[in-house]
Design a protein around this ligand. Structure first.
Ligand code: 6GU
Length: 241
């Protein structure tokens, strides 16, 4: 039986694309690969061409009305989505498009709580609008610039969604304390050595702020917070509004 609210931290993402070879290797590496090995997420990439009824394996055609470019046709998308829906219930069917709602951290957090989602990678001049009207539940852009296809957008979204699933990143703390989770940028961070002498001038010393070496936990947290606020004011004042 399908669960409406998620109890276990487990999620399935199905990505539909005309370029599976572009996105598949990405889903096997890094955070996404690790999450899947840990059994916390599953990412399945589907080749749209496998669902076409066309004998020449075509998935696109010219737009009615004489506009430029090619459009992905209804049939292969409908067939692929229907095949997936026959297997499980989907919480969201997302279409990647530059004119969609802008993806951000709250959206990644929200989507990470879903059980099953589909991400359809847009291509050419887009897809037949009837698919957007009848099957898509959400249209998402990753920023105000145009990409050749939705594959990079799908990869970006899958990465940021999966990394906030509890247990995917080593300590829960680290995903929750990321920049944007609290609308604050990260404070500066340093590692050993405490005194570094740069190649360009070995006489010079680049020192780690004393406070971080003081061992005074409360004062360190306070300093980090002040630094985070100062960096946010300077670099992203819009986040503080
Ligand atoms: Cl989701 N798709 C395309 N083609 N371009 C984009 C985008 C998506 N987000 C920003 N630019």
């Amino acid at each position: 039986m399908y669960k409406q609210t998620k109890t276990g931290e487990y999620m399935r993402i199905d990505i539909i694309t005309v370029l599976p070879e572009l996105i598949e290797p990405f889903t096997r590496e890094s955070i996404l690969g690790r999450a899947q090995k840990k059994g916390l997420a599953e990412i399945h990439v589907h080749n749209l061409r496998d669902y076409t009824a066309d004998k020449h394996k075509r998935v696109d055609d010219y737009p009615f009305g004489g506009a430029a470019g090619m459009l992905i046709q209804c049939q292969p998308l409908d067939a692929c989505i229907s095949a997936l829906k026959a297997e499980r219930k989907y919480d969201e069917i997302i279409f990647t498009a530059p004119d969609g709602e802008t993806f951000n951290q709250p959206m990644a957090n929200e989507l990470s709580l879903k059980e099953n989602i589909i991400i359809i990678c847009g291509h050419y001049k887009g897809i037949d609008y009837r698919i957007r009207e009848h099957l898509i539940t959400r249209e998402v852009s990753i920023g105000d610039y145009v990409l050749t296809g939705g594959e990079l957008a799908a990869a970006v979204m899958a990465d940021s969604i999966v990394r906030v699933i509890p247990g995917v990143i080593g300590d829960v703390e680290s995903a929750l304390s990321d920049s944007f989770q609290d609308n604050l940028l990260e404070p500066p961070v340093y590692t050993r050595p405490a005194q570094y002498h740069p190649v360009s001038n070995p006489e010079e010393t680049w020192a780690v702020p004393d406070i971080l070496l003081s061992g005074h936990e409360a004062k360190i947290r306070e300093w980090e917070y002040e630094q985070a606020v100062a960096r946010t004011k300077r670099l992203r004042p819009d986040l503080l509004e």
